[in-house]
Design a protein around this ligand. Structure first.
Ligand code: MN
Ligand code: MN
Length: 461
């Protein structure tokens, strides 16, 4: 069954909303190129929208009433926003959950070296990337360096017009006869991703690596850290530059990190739109580390969500382990993550009846996984029916899809992890072209429909 293109239904008021949402989203992408930056922005926005700190509430033993809005940001890389509902937490929450880490290139622990009068940073890529896409592009460095005394130095270089940028070189075509015969996975190897950061030697030095010495002296002057401090740094190499409107009709957005910041942003806008006291408690959640398997203390497999749920129960005066388990099982979730948009250039990778098309609205994936649905969540039919009803009642354009044709590949999300609590979870997101490339493509209409769909879900599930 073919779904209608959402653009066709918009009146001028809807178009105005869509464009202003898209403009705010582009700013979010420009300001949030790492999970930490996205989490910081979300905390600031939450505070501006009247959300109070869950940590503070726990310390003060604040009694939570329906309508109370709270935020928490474990380790500054994850986000949870809550609006306490009228019903007891034992009845469950309505949750929209996305991830805010994106594929990128991280620095190694000992990254800095000099070779042939060029200073480099050695790297280790993060997440699923086609490595050949990351060479000969302007790149920026974002992240933190933490000194031994605990001082956190924030770094973001390469975004302002007068900032320098960085780059990974590729072999000139003239000498590429051998390289061009290689498989795409081997054209650029993991150890070839070395970032050029300097080329001018320090004057009047005995140091044999004077270019490296010069870079170190600049780092010391500008940021106040030394070579050894790279040991406790998290510096991420990302495409430099802003998200842009794409096409003569400006209907799309070309940006870094749509996966999965487009869903994170849509969720955040959806929950901030809620001014009434909801029936069920609403939750907007951003996880980290999805791109490497939801591992670690900030990945979805960690227990921060469950812990926060317990704290909320405690502060509403209703905590016990059994009620917590019931509350988790009675919760309903949209696992909000991007889906593969049908790409006519690569039509054979898809099965058209079950593909997501740019502009046809928020996409639901009953299951993801690979081969025989391996690793999938596979949502319940009863739940799928409920979600369809909610979307139709709110006039939200939606479509359903699989991630490409059967047996070609596959992917996963955080859905199956939250489903471990026996809650209903379904994958839902925005269709993306060139997913995981330095610059990915989405349709503004799908962002708008996702935001509308998430809002309807939070209030009506
Ligand atoms: Mn994703
Ligand atoms: Mn991804």
């Amino acid at each position: 069954m073919e779904r209608e293109n959402a653009w066709k239904k918009y009146d001028s008021k809807a178009l105005e909303e869509l464009e202003s949402l898209s403009a705010r989203y582009r700013k979010f992408l420009d300001d949030g190129k790492t999970e930490r930056e996205c989490a910081n922005i979300a905390v600031e926005m939450a505070k501006n929208n009247g959300y109070i700190s869950l940590d503070d509430a726990v310390k003060a033993g604040t009694k939570l009433e329906p309508g109370t809005k709270l935020y928490a940001s474990p380790m500054g890389k994850t986000i949870m926003l809550f609006i306490i509902g009228k019903q007891p937490l034992e009845n469950g929450m309505n949750i929209v959950g996305a991830h805010i880490d994106s594929p990128r290139i991280d620095l190694k622990q000992n990254p800095l070296y000099e070779d042939s009068d060029i200073a480099y940073l050695d790297t280790h890529y993060y997440g699923g990337v086609k490595k050949y896409q990351w060479v000969t592009l302007p790149l920026a460095i974002h992240g933190v360096v933490v000194k031994k005394d605990g001082t956190v130095i924030n770094v973001a270089v390469g975004e302002n017009d007068n900032d320098p940028v960085f780059c990974i070189s590729d072999l000139l075509i003239h000498l590429s006869q051998e390289q061009m015969q290689k498989k795409a996975a081997e054209v650029i190897g993991g150890e070839d991703l070395n970032l050029i950061i300097g080329g001018k030697p320090l004057k009047d030095t005995e140091d044999k690596e004077a270019v490296k010495a010069n870079v170190l002296s600049l780092l010391k002057d500008k940021y106040g850290f030394e070579e050894e401090d790279f040991l406790s740094a998290e510096l991420e190499i990302v495409p430099a530059g802003r998200a842009r409107e794409l096409g003569f009709d400006r209907s799309m957005i070309l940006g870094y990190g749509h996966d999965d910041r487009v869903c994170a942003f849509a969720e955040m806008e959806a929950i901030f739109k809620i001014s009434e006291i909801p029936e069920r408690t609403c939750c907007c959640l951003f996880a980290d580390k999805e791109e490497i398997g939801s591992v670690g203390a900030t990945g979805m497999q960690a227990h921060y969500f469950e812990n926060a749920f317990a704290e909320l129960m405690n502060l509403t005066g209703d905590y016990c382990d059994l009620k917590l388990r019931r509350g988790l099982a009675n919760s309903k979730m949209l696992s909000c993550d991007v889906s593969a948009g049908f790409d006519p250039n690569f039509a054979s990778a898809f099965e058209k009846k079950n593909s997501a098309f740019l502009g046809r609205g928020v996409c639901f994936n009953k299951y993801t996984g690979s081969r025989g649905k391996s690793g999938s969540n596979d949502a319940n039919a009863e739940y799928m029916a409920e979600v369809r009803r909610i979307m139709d009642d709110a006039g939200v354009s939606f479509q359903t899809a699989e991630l490409g044709r059967v047996d070609l590949g596959g992917g996963g999300t955080i859905a199956y992890i939250c489903a471990l609590y026996c809650m209903n979870v379904i994958d839902s997101g925005v269709a993306v072209l060139s997913m995981h490339a330095p610059w990915e493509i989405i349709s503004k209409a799908d962002l708008y429909e996702a935001m509308r769909g998430y809002h309807a879900f939070l209030l009506n599930a």
